[in-house]
Design a protein around this ligand. Structure first.
Ligand SMILES: NC(=O)c1ccc[n+]([C@@H]2O[C@H](COP(=O)([O-])OP(=O)(O)OC[C@H]3O[C@@H](n4cnc5c(N)ncnc54)[C@H](O)[C@@H]3O)[C@@H](O)[C@H]2O)c1
Length: 256
């Protein structure tokens, strides 16, 4: 792959096997990035690696759990090993358990904080350490959510975990600016991933989805590719004076 908005940049995308992460990896490959794709689902990840390689992308796959120190380290190390550096991290991996406070058990809190909170911290930490070790800076894009900016019912653990993404973004942006490392976030509204699409076939699911759609002023759900395009902007040099931003990709949800 020759030109493109990320031509020659080494990028790590976590949680790349499906959903927003997959759309991001596909767009990054089309824009010339050299990729490390990572996911806890090794089989699905290998499918993505093969698909990207078939399109001519430079791609390495690392299976692992972002919440585990050794795995998070090895995801970042793979970029340095394969490409000599890491220019971009998309900290996307996450689980999305939706539940009210009375139904959320301490273990549920620990699990979502481990993946969406600690996993995002670990991958940011190891990526920023490598970015700071070489000239040229870097760009981190954390995938937060409308739930990481505003309150919603039924998100007693997931919502606070997404506030971690928003908080990490702002604090790391300030701390890492002197090293030329930009840290931004996207805050997607409800996005039509497989899980959300499947809801339509579940009892009461269609009504639930209708209610969600009405909360988005543009009157529809978002597509993974629409989030990927916002991530691309923040990761690219086009956003060279943007850091600490939390960009809603939400059809107007947060504007209300
Ligand atoms: N779908 C939405 O409506 C929506 C809205 C706002 C924010 N988000 C955020 O977008 C991100 C991606 O969500 P998605 O909707 O694409 O979900 P998804 O379930 O389609 O994809 C998430 C991917 O992350 C992987 N993953 C899960 N736990 C992991 C771990 N411990 N280590 C490594 N990989 C792991 C999964 O295997 C999966 O491939 C999440 O951070 C989520 O909070 C999603």
């Amino acid at each position: 792959m020759g030109g493109g908005r990320l031509a020659g940049k080494a990028a790590v995308v976590t949680g790349a096997a499906r959903g927003i992460g997959r759309a991001t990896a596909e767009l990054f490959a089309a824009e010339g990035a050299r990729l490390v794709v990572t996911d806890v689902d090794a089989a699905a990840l290998d499918g993505l690696r093969a698909a990207l390689a078939a399109r001519g992308a430079e791609v390495t796959a690392v299976a692992g759990d972002v919440a585990a120190v050794d795995d998070a380290r090895s995801m970042i190390a793979a970029a340095v090993r394969a490409y000599g550096r890491i220019d971009v991290l998309v900290a996307n991996a996450g689980i999305l358990p939706l539940s009210t406070v009375d139904r959320t058990e301490p273990e549920d809190w620990d699990r979502v904080m481990a993946v969406d909170g600690r996993g995002m911290f670990l991958t940011c930490k190891y990526a920023i350490e490598e970015m700071a070790a070489r000239p040229g800076g870097g760009a981190v894009v954390c995938v937060s959510s409308i739930s990481g900016v505003a309150g919603q019912a039924g998100q007693a653990a997931y919502g606070p975990a997404k506030f971690v993404a928003t908080g990490l973004t702002k604090h790391l942006a300030v701390e890492c600016a002197p090293q030329g490392i930009r840290v931004n976030a996207v805050a997607p509204g409800t996005i039509r991933t497989d899980r959300v699409r499947d809801l339509a076939d579940e009892p009461g699911g269609a009504e639930y989805l209708d209610a969600i759609v009405r909360l988005h002023p543009l009157g529809r759900l978002g597509e993974p590719a629409e989030v990927a395009r916002a991530i691309l902007f923040l990761a690219s040099d086009e956003a060279s004076f943007v850091t600490g931003a939390v960009l809603p990709v939400d059809g107007g949800y947060l504007a209300q």
